[in-house]
Design a protein around this ligand. Structure first.
Ligand code: PDD
Length: 279
């Protein structure tokens, strides 16, 4: 299999792509990233990813022109001979001797790779997962898609150890988001999800789901709900570039929605598949 990556201006085989040991991305998780899904050779919601990348870069005071990332990403997918892919974009501050104070003259490190993905068939079934709740001990700038993901990776690993597919973060009794997804719940036939403030990442798949729900006439409230209400939710689902959309059938060992994907989740899933098919 071809495995060409992009590093600092060059396309090269992955095993020849090397970072400096003095990379601030390693010392301080000093960097930001995006994950972009390609369906049938086309980047899905490319502009939204570019705009979020720019906001994240601004959020950590990293001066870098993100505009070329779209065409580099397209080129990378083509060079790897892929049609279905997940492309990872990472911009870190760059190499410099370890020092908390950021030297603005450091050259950023730009790294992209493309992983093959499964095509999304028109009749694709909605995946179903179980989840566990986890204490949300992250910083208050979750809107930045930062590399500082240790709370997320620990929560998801601990969830996996319990056989669950996602950890749902809870802050002050309210559901914020998943470790790598956004969380939605249905109460009285209406959809609720945490507002896009500093306590969550404003997911691009989340925003597509909100838009599709609007087209379907399903009322949507960007309002936080309590984790104690998860059990009484009619439906719960998660969204993200990796997962796309998955119904949550169980939380902390208790069944949600009779352990099945509910009708609103199904409707949004079908609309999502259609949207991918005819963007
Ligand atoms: N994660 N919330 C968090 C904390 C995330 O890390 C992600 C994405 C999302 C969903 O955002 P989007 O719909 O734009 O992918 C929400 C990526 C896929 C990852 O870390 O691999």
């Amino acid at each position: 299999m071809l495995d060409i990556v992009f590093l600092n201006g060059s396309f090269l085989p992955r095993d020849q792509a090397l970072h400096s040991v003095d990379e601030r991305g390693i010392y301080f998780a000093d960097g930001v990233y995006e994950v972009v899904r390609y369906f049938n050779g086309q980047a899905f919601t490319l502009d939204e990813h570019l705009q979020r990348m720019k906001r994240s870069l601004d959020g950590i005071d990293l001066v870098f022109d993100a505009d070329p990332l779209g065409s580099i990403s397209d080129d990378l997918v083509r060079r790897n001979g892929l049609k279905e892919a997940r492309v990872y974009w990472q911009v870190t501050r760059g190499p410099a001797p370890r020092n908390h104070v950021i030297d603005p003259s450091i050259e950023p490190t730009v790294y992209l790779y493309a992983d093959p993905a499964e095509p999304l068939a028109q009749d694709a079934e909605l995946p179903t997962i179980s989840a566990v709740t986890a204490f949300d001990d992250r910083w208050h700038n979750c809107w930045i898609k930062s590399l500082m993901l240790l709370p997320n990776t620990l929560a998801k690993t601990r969830a996996a150890a319990k056989g669950a597919g996602e950890a749902i973060f809870v802050r002050d009794g309210r559901v914020t988001e998943g470790s790598s997804t956004n969380v939605f719940a249905v109460f009285d036939g209406e959809l609720y999800t945490h507002p896009a403030d500093r306590f969550i990442l404003e997911g691009i798949t989340r925003n597509v789901a909100i838009e599709l729900a609007g087209h379907l006439g399903i009322p949507v409230h960007e309002r936080a709900f309590r984790s104690s209400d998860l059990m009484s939710a009619e439906e719960v689902f998660i969204t993200g570039t990796g997962t796309l959309l998955a119904a949550v059938a169980e939380v902390d060992g208790n069944q949600v929605a009779g352990g099945q994907a509910g009708p609103i989740t199904q409707q949004i899933w079908r609309a999502f598949v259609d949207r991918v098919d005819a963007p």
